[in-house]
Design a protein around this ligand. Structure first.
Ligand code: EFW
Length: 247
């Protein structure tokens, strides 16, 4: 998968994409990221990329021309077609389902804005979809782009070793929150590891983990819990959890 990032701070993305799972995915050739700086496509000595907003008001707006030229150069760098995604609070919320959809594409172009945003005419002409990573305002789209890159990178085939299996994560196969995790030491002043996890009874362990995922989703994110979609076994597990919780 190829990801091109249009940003005034391409070095920011290179840093994020260079470490951990994403860095390893790049080393393994599963993913490549390429930064493009609109300032390199801005005309004139000042290499101007922003200007004052029509209608007045604080801050600056990113201009059409440098972005349009930069996007054209990015597009031309590879023959694979790619949606242009603009990161902004006005976008559709990013979900794991959307991440899975994006991760299946051969290529993405991520447009990161700064200042107050981007001239609407550029967005209307060049952007295929807007995505938001949450209902809050950031100083630039780069952090949101880094989130998208991380989320899609870890879904690339071969990015995660078995031990890091993505399947166990929340929002993966089933949209539930993750179960609790424990490691050595088994006994600590902060408490004991649940005995079931040390029992070697894999069926009991799987049952406990499923019940914890169901219970935690019910307690913390009931909005994610579509009880209708739960299997009969899941509903029984959740009911048992609720009974225990109430006593
Ligand atoms: N929640 C988000 O995904 C998000 C994305 C971008 C952003 N800020 C940039 C700066 C100017 C404009 O391009 C938008 N804030 C929040």
């Amino acid at each position: 998968m190829r990801i091109d990032i249009v940003s005034l701070f391409p070095e920011f993305i290179a840093q994020c994409a260079g470490v951990g799972v994403v860095g390893r995915a790049q080393e393994r050739g599963l993913l490549s990221t390429h930064g493009w700086n609109p300032r390199d496509y801005a005309a004139g000595g000042y290499r101007r990329v922003d200007d004052r907003p029509f209608g007045g008001g604080p801050g600056m707006v990113m201009m059409i021309e440098p972005l349009q030229a930069c996007l054209s150069a990015a597009r031309a760098a590879d023959e694979a077609p790619a949606p242009v995604i603009y990161l902004s609070p006005q976008g559709r919320p990013l979900t794991q389902a959307k991440v899975r959809e994006l991760a299946a594409l051969p290529r993405l172009i991520l447009l990161c804005g700064r200042y107050e945003g981007v001239d609407e005419r550029l967005l209307a002409a060049e952007v295929d979809e807007e995505i938001s990573i949450g209902d809050y305002v950031l100083s630039g789209g780069e952090l949101a782009a880094a989130v998208v890159i991380d989320a899609v990178a870890r879904l690339q085939e071969g990015a995660l070793n078995d031990a890091e299996s993505a399947v166990q994560d929340s929002f993966e196969g089933d949209g539930l929150l993750d179960c609790p995790h424990y490691t050595h030491p088994a006994s600590h002043a902060l408490g004991e590891v649940p005995a079931v996890l040390r029992s070697g009874d894999h069926a009991a362990i799987a049952r406990w983990r499923r019940q914890q995922a169901l219970g935690r989703t019910w307690l913390r994110r009931p909005d994610l819990l579509d009880e209708a979609a739960l299997s009969k076994a899941d509903r029984a597990l959740l009911e048992e959890f609720r009974q225990q919780w109430r006593h």
